[in-house]
Design a protein around this ligand. Structure first.
Ligand SMILES: [Zn+2]
Length: 420
């Protein structure tokens, strides 16, 4: 049975077209990310475009029940694939403005296929993080979107931006004044859309109903913590009445929105402080992660649940993002290979069979996984044991991306299609 809190969080992805205000709608739950529509005098503006052409088609069908006006422009809040891959469906007319920040593409190594990069690793980890290929009974959510959504045309409809925003600017969305604000956060290329007259903020992924994904386990460049926190202050200072995020349900009410933005900022600052102090006291990152916990005033905020981002991963990302991989312990200036370490551990345990028995009997699931890795490094068949432990961990896990990864890797290791 999946973690009940994670199950409950899926309510954030109920498929709905939500009216935010006169002429302004959000499509939630049709895809991994939300798509928004603003109706101008003679044309429509689309903010973000979802992850697939099929999801985009489904959303456009719903939007067309509301307005038949032509789509006049598209705005990308940032370059993540789940926001840019349905654009060809919305760009019905050729050469409409497709607007993005000057820094667009900051966070995606796979947009540049000519570069030598760890693309294959990124791809595998992305499949795992989002549980792509898992049985539907195993999938709860993506943490940021629904598990069940169309996959046809995944990543297929990206259209390059043709208008870049280099500084905060005002733009006319066919009769509706909007401010485009550069607000680096989850990515460096974030652009948020502010409608001053209706006080609606389209925050992109700088806020959603989950602990912020300060590190994505699919693999990401460092997301600057302080910069993200500062952008949340910028957003809070706008005093929005309606917050329409890139994922999860919109939030209504000035006071509530102030609380969600400010507390999310505080949570990021808390990770900076706790991790920095630990590092300054010479603590290892494993020990920092073993003790980090949000203070009570933040822990009780429902939108800071670790459904998508995770506190310990954030601490690790902050440590490596600020000072790099070296943790100050000279033992780690050199490292044993996995096989050599496994050989020594097996010797300590009294041989591989005894090591396997200890792994099998351990009640500490994390320790069991670590012993399994040593065994697998010695070509000892511990794959089934490792898979069963990953499945157990998945069931308790509140974080959707961790749950998906455990289940995906468990399936993978047993099918032996791509043994670790
Ligand atoms: Zn997103």
């Amino acid at each position: 049975m999946p973690n009940p809190d994670l199950l409950k969080h899926s309510k954030q992805f109920e498929k709905k077209i939500i009216q935010l205000s006169d002429g302004i709608w959000s499509a939630v739950g049709f895809a991994a990310s939300n798509v928004h529509m603003i109706e101008g005098v003679d044309s429509l503006t689309i903010i973000d475009t979802s992850e697939s052409t099929k999801a985009a088609e489904n959303i456009l069908t719903e939007f067309r029940k509301i307005s038949q006006k032509p789509i006049g422009r598209i705005i990308y809040t940032h370059s993540h694939r789940d926001h840019i891959s349905g654009a060809s469906v919305f760009a019905e007319k050729p050469k409409i403005p497709i607007i993005a920040s000057e820094a667009f593409k900051s966070d995606l190594i796979d947009l540049d296929t000519s570069a030598v990069s760890p693309n294959k690793s990124l791809e595998r980890r992305t499949l795992a993080q989002f549980g792509i290929g898992l049985e539907s009974s195993d999938r709860v959510s993506l943490g940021c979107g629904p598990a069940d959504r169309p996959m046809e045309g995944l990543g297929a409809g990206y259209v390059k931006p043709n208008k870049r925003i280099i500084s905060n600017s005002e733009i006319d969305l066919d009769g509706i004044t909007a401010k485009l604000i550069l607000a680096p956060g989850e990515t460096d290329d974030h652009l948020v859309v502010w409608l001053p007259n209706t006080q609606i903020l389209f925050s992109g992924d700088n806020w959603y109903h989950a602990f912020p994904n300060l590190y994505a386990i699919r693999g990401t460049p460092y997301r600057d913590f302080q910069t993200w926190a500062d952008s949340l202050t910028t957003l809070a200072n706008l005093k929005p009445n309606i917050l329409a995020p890139g994922h999860t349900m919109p939030v209504f009410g000035q006071e509530k929105i102030h609380d969600v933005l400010k507390s999310t900022r505080e949570a990021i600052l808390y990770v900076i402080k706790y991790t920095s102090e630990g590092m300054n006291h010479g603590k290892s990152i494993d020990d920092i992660c073993a003790s980090i916990n949000l203070p009570k005033n933040l822990k009780t905020k429902p939108w800071l649940g670790e459904y998508y981002g995770k506190l310990t991963w954030a601490a690790r990302a902050f440590a490596s993002g600020t000072l790099g991989w070296y943790d100050g312990n000279p033992t780690h200036l050199g490292n044993l290979s996995s096989a050599k370490r496994a050989k020594y551990i097996a010797q300590l345990a009294g041989g591989v069979d005894s090591l396997f028995e200890q792994a099998r009997k351990s009640t500490d699931l994390q320790w069991c996984l670590e012993l399994c890795d040593h065994l697998i490094a010695l070509n000892y068949p511990a794959q089934d044991l490792k898979a069963s432990v990953m499945r157990k961990l998945a069931e308790d896990e509140i974080n959707a991306t961790a749950r998906n990864t455990y289940l995906w890797e468990a399936k993978n290791i047993q099918n032996n299609r791509n043994p670790l």
